[in-house]
Design a protein around this ligand. Structure first.
Ligand code: NAI
Length: 740
């Protein structure tokens, strides 16, 4: 942990240069893998650091011996931006905007020496300097948009004046980080060095003493304008709305950049401030900041036996096996290879092996081409023989979702693999402990549930079976992190966390169709809410036969179901046979060219409403005597979204998730939940638990045969306790069987 800011003077001949060492606070995280690490998390512009910089710069400007100033960070790191923890408190210490103005307005050249990172307020500070030197490995960016904010220390006004509108819009509305080389190309930095950036900055500072500073003050510059200004902004607004529907921050960012195009600097700055105020007080910024912390907390797992993320050592994983090269196995193999792990991929038949091999190689080659490197094809072996798994450190099984098949695979793995190899399953919801029971090593069995496409989706659910050892859980969680995933530890129950909730969400959508809605109406309401895709589009994308198979396995479909007039009540509750009827017609989704929507061809991407579905639904309602009613957007969203939260409360009560934040991260990273709404649990808290309770009671009264609309005990208890903040929810859980 660093102390407060301090300065050191480096007296260099022939002029004195002040090198300001901003001692930036950082948190240290101790991992417990082979690679024990201490990693700076945030090198932040805290109140103490701002005070230090303000005072030291003022002194340096006053001191007649000082001819130039170099700003650098402590320990080779420039600055990671504002201290997010300060957002929730009243502002203290000197504000950033006047501090940066004072630097820019100074009569001595100030050079930023950017090592490792200049992000957010850190880059805005650098933009206020007259020159910028970056180390070749430094990353730069204005990621405020990802926290629901905008760069409000002049960043939206200075950057467009430096790079022009299109590049500034790109950086500010996406928040992406760029390399020092890209920053050099865009003109954001003046020099890039492979050597010591502070020394290079000092050298530059020495060389510019006495040169006029006015041309170096970005706030004085006129913004270079593209020929078709309106066209550029229209295009960006289309893009940002497509990327994050309903998100306010990217739109505000674009507006602020537009101000830089149309207004003088000082008025642009006012506009920036006004837009920031609107964002700052919006629920969206709170939700995004919540996600920022929840994502980091998700990796901190614990088990009832006291094992935790910080006291359990993961195993080193150098080689891994993947069994089954279907949709999931291919992506998993690609992830592993990209993380530097050698893979042995096993299939049952030559044909599948061949198509898996082509797919995996294609993915690796495309990725390597994009990154300008050689594809690591030598790191993967394709085989039909399980025997080749004898030396691997860990196996991830991704064969069909069939318990009997998976059990035979796990029994075989027990015989083939080294006694200490970890055995992991990618099952979507089967009992991990039942699988463990057929092996010779139940403590070394764990679920690693990836999401499709596995090399793209960020979520990994790590299913801790009751017998999974701390070392096994630690290894799976650490491996997930190494693969670039957000790993969330969950308990072993049907569907785990994500799919257990998804089933009920999907049920509501089906019931709404029965009652009078159309697939496109439901999808539109959910997309307006912010989901990347409506639930029926997602179902078509995944394939309707997946759920069909699961329902058959659960005994919901079988010979006792009347094929002409299937019952709408099964296993003591309401059941919607619509998706089964669709599958029977061969409408399996995108892959068959028809599902809830119509596609140009099998595998076609563009979903069009199908009049045949509309008449199919009308006939269905007629046959069952259901009179269609008008369903509002509010009802669609409330029933689908509140039922998710309601099940989330049950999951907490059952001890299958350690905290509401974990459930939210599962939904944000695995199910396209809009990040700016925090997650289903955060959303419920934001709407108000009493309102959620009241709406669920209302819908349950209307639909007494849908038990999942009945408010959960925990929700009732929390409302009874006057809706405490999320951090206190756990205190109201009376579970004695927590798996986490
Ligand atoms: P898939 O049907 O695309 O692929 C399964 C592959 O396993 C096939 O290529 C098959 O030839 C191979 N296979 C079957 N038995 C085998 C054996 N004994 N040895 C080696 N290979 C064998 O299935 P998909 O979609 O990849 O699913 C695999 C697993 O992942 C399932 O447990 C599924 O529930 C789970 N999952 C699927 C997701 C999805 O969106 N498709 C998402 C997350 C998990």
């Amino acid at each position: 942990m660093g102390s407060g800011p301090e300065k050191v003077a480096a007296f260099l001949d022939p002029v004195y240069i002040w090198v300001l060492l901003c001692v930036l606070e950082f948190n240290s995280v101790c991992g417990c893998s082979d690679e024990l690490f201490i990693r700076p998390l945030s090198l932040v512009l805290s109140a103490a650091v701002r005070k230090g910089i303000t005072e030291a710069v003022a002194r340096a400007f006053k001191d007649t011996r000082v001819k130039a100033v170099v700003l650098c960070g402590e320990n080779g790191k420039f600055c990671g931006g504002a201290d997010i923890r300060e957002f929730a408190k009243a502002m203290s210490g000197p504000p950033l905007v006047p501090m940066i103005h004072a630097i820019e307005a100074g009569e001595k050249p100030v050079v930023a020496a950017i090592e490792e990172m200049a992000l957010g307020g850190g880059l805005e500070l650098a933009l206020g300097c007259h020159y910028r030197v970056a180390h070749a490995k430094a990353r730069l960016g204005l990621p405020e948009v990802t926290l629901g904010l905008l760069p409000a220390a002049g960043g939206t006004q200075r950057l467009p004046r430096l790079t022009g509108i299109p590049a500034a819009l790109d950086l500010i509305t996406t928040g992406r980080h760029i390399s020092a080389q890209e920053a050099l190309k865009l003109g954001i930095v003046d020099r890039v060095t492979e050597g010591n950036a502070v020394e290079a900055a000092v050298e530059l500072a020495l060389s510019v003493v006495g040169r006029p500073l006015a041309p170096r003050r970005l706030s004085n510059h006129a913004t270079p304008l593209p020929a078709d200004l309106d066209g550029v902004f229209e295009e960006v607004l289309v893009q940002v709305k497509r990327r994050a529907r309903g998100a306010m921050a990217p739109v505000a960012c674009a507006k602020a950049v537009r101000a830089a195009a149309e207004l003088p600097y000082s008025r642009g700055l006012e506009c920036e401030r006004e837009l920031m105020n609107t964002l700052f007080t919006s629920g969206q910024a709170r939700a995004l900041q919540y996600c920022f912390f929840a994502q980091r907390a998700a990796g901190k797992w614990s088990l009832p036996n006291g094992a935790r993320w910080d006291n359990s050592r993961p195993r080193a994983v150098h080689t891994a096996g993947v069994i089954g090269l279907g949709t999931m196995g291919r992506g998993i193999a690609v992830c592993l290879v990209k993380a530097g792990i050698s893979v042995v991929a096993v299939e049952t038949e030559e044909k599948q092996l061949d198509s898996g091999r082509r797919a995996v190689r294609g993915m690796l080659e495309r990725d390597a081409k994009r990154r300008g490197v050689t594809a690591p094809l030598h790191m993967i072996t394709f085989t039909l023989s399980m025997q080749q798994l004898r030396d691997v450190d860990l196996v991830i099984e991704a064969v069909f979702e069939d318990m009997a098949l998976k059990k035979s695979v796990f029994a075989e793995l027990s015989r083939v693999c080294r006694p200490n190899a970890l055995l992991c399953t990618n099952t979507s919801g089967l009992d991990v402990d039942e699988l463990a029971s057929v092996t010779d090593r139940p403590p070394l069995v764990v679920g690693m549930h990836f999401f499709a496409p596995a090399h793209v989706m960020k979520l990994l659910e790590v299913i801790c079976g009751p017998r999974s050892s701390p070392e096994t859980v630690a290894t799976a969680m650490t491996l997930g992190k190494r693969l670039g995933k957000v790993s969330v530890a969950v308990g072993n129950c049907p569907g785990f966390v994500g799919n257990r909730m998804l089933k009920l969400y999907l049920d509501q959508a089906h019931f709404l169709l029965e009652e009078g809605a159309s697939p496109e109406q439901v999808d539109q309401a959910l997309e307006e809410f912010g989901f990347a895709l409506g639930i029926f589009k997602v179902a078509d994308l995944s394939g309707l036969d997946i759920g069909w198979r699961v329902r058959k396995a659960a005994g919901l479909i079988g010979p006792d179901v009347d094929p002409k007039f299937p019952s709408r009540h099964r296993q003591g509750r309401r059941y919607c046979p619509l998706p089964d009827l669709l599958c029977e017609q061969g409408r399996l989704g995108q892959k068959s060219g028809r599902g809830w929507y119509l596609y140009d061809s099998a595998g076609g991407k563009e979903a069009r409403p199908d009049p045949a579905i509309s008449s199919f639904l009308q006939e269905y309602r007629l046959r069952y005597g259901i009179s269609a009613r008008r369903i509002t957007e509010q009802e669609v969203v409330e029933r689908c979204v509140f039922v998710l939260a309601n099940e989330g409360f049950r999951i907490l009560e059952d001890g299958m998730a350690a905290a509401p934040e974990d459930i939210d991260m599962v939904y944000v990273f695995g199910y396209g939940w809009p990040r700016h709404r925090g997650g289903p649990m955060f959303h419920a808290a934001q709407v108000g638990l009493a309102t959620v309770l009241q709406r669920l009671e209302f819908y349950h009264r209307q639909n007494p045969d849908i038990p999942h609309l009945q408010p959960s005990t925990l929700l009732r208890r929390l409302v009874g306790a006057r809706s405490p903040p999320m951090q206190q929810w756990k205190q109201h859980i009376r579970s004695i069987n927590s798996q986490l």
